[in-house]
Design a binder for this molecule. Structure first.
Ligand code: SAM
Length: 261
């Protein structure tokens, strides 16, 4: 088969580094009967060792040429190929609790990560290769420069851990940025339960509208200072100084205040 030319628009940076591939598969620990889904199998660097450990492997791939290649792989009979855009993919269409894996196309990683909350109850764990800078934002602690909306919205659903740092030379073509592998394990409830998730999400978005401004400023159309003080938030603080659970508490409290008005 002709050599595949990497397509930039699909974020194609193919993993070459055998040690990293092995480390990823070891971290995923696929068991024979597990329902494993790989996003963006590409030229099958991770797909092949994953497929060797499970009965069946689901793969989601947008690039038609790559899909054609996947169909000709010696282990193709083990693959269930879903051709299309992962951003449109309904993960509920695959039954059972899932392990999800992927060296993700960096251009769609943030919108994709935001979608997984929807499926949290059916996820065992997820392992993703991402831009290192994104992983740092995901796992960031309150008060750090990397802490923000992405940290809060993902920490609401998942425990996350950065497992492996991966340099550009591990890929072909080499990306311009460093990468890292993150593990995400569902932990819903760890920082409280938002009674109205959409309200909580909108509140967090609004709180970080202008990072450099105080929470009083960012939330002036949402919450009186008195309400913030009631739940233990200093209105003079910047949004990055407020812990994820405080946003959950504030959202629930605002709903109570609105209901009793
Ligand atoms: N897994 C391979 C590896 O590690 O070498 C390829 C990783 S490459 C960074 C990203 C893969 O995701 C490519 O195969 C690309 O075609 C696919 N992809 C890009 N955008 C996608 C999308 N929206 N939906 C599904 N697959 C996508």
């Amino acid at each position: 088969m002709k050599e595949h030319r990497a397509r930039k628009r699909f974020g194609q940076n193919f993993l070459q580094d055998k040690a990293v591939i092995q480390d990823i598969v070891r971290a995923v620990r696929p068991q024979f009967e597990d329902t494993v889904i790989e996003i963006g199998p590409g030229l099958a660097a991770i797909t092949e060792p994953l497929a060797a450990s499970v009965k069946q492997l689901h793969v989601i791939e947008i690039d038609r040429d790559i899909v054609a290649r996947l169909r000709h792989l010696p282990f193709a009979s083990k693959l269930v190929i879903h051709e299309g855009d992962v951003l449109q993919f309904d993960f509920n269409s695959i039954a059972g609790r899932k392990k999800i894996v992927g060296n993700l196309p960096y251009n769609i990683s943030t919108p994709l990560l935001f979608r997984f909350g929807e499926y949290v109850d059916d996820i065992i764990d997820m392992h993703f290769m991402l831009q290192k800078e994104v992983v740092e934002r995901m796992v960031a602690a309150t008060g750090t420069n990397d802490y923000g909306r992405l940290s809060i919205m993902l920490q609401y659903f998942f425990d996350m851990e950065c497992l492996i740092d991966v340099p550009p030379e591990s890929f072909k073509p080499a990306p311009k940025v460093d990468s890292a592998v993150v593990r995400m394990i569902p932990q819903k409830g760890r920082i409280g339960i938002a009674r109205d998730f959409a309200h909580f999400a909108a509140l967090v978005k609004q709180a970080f509208q202008q990072r450099r401004k105080t929470i009083h400023n960012n939330l002036k159309d949402w919450a009186d200072d008195a309400v913030m003080i009631e739940v233990g938030i200093d209105p003079g603080d910047r949004p990055e100084r407020i812990a994820p659970e405080m946003y959950v508490t504030l959202s629930n409290h605002l709903l109570d205040v609105a209901a009793s008005a």
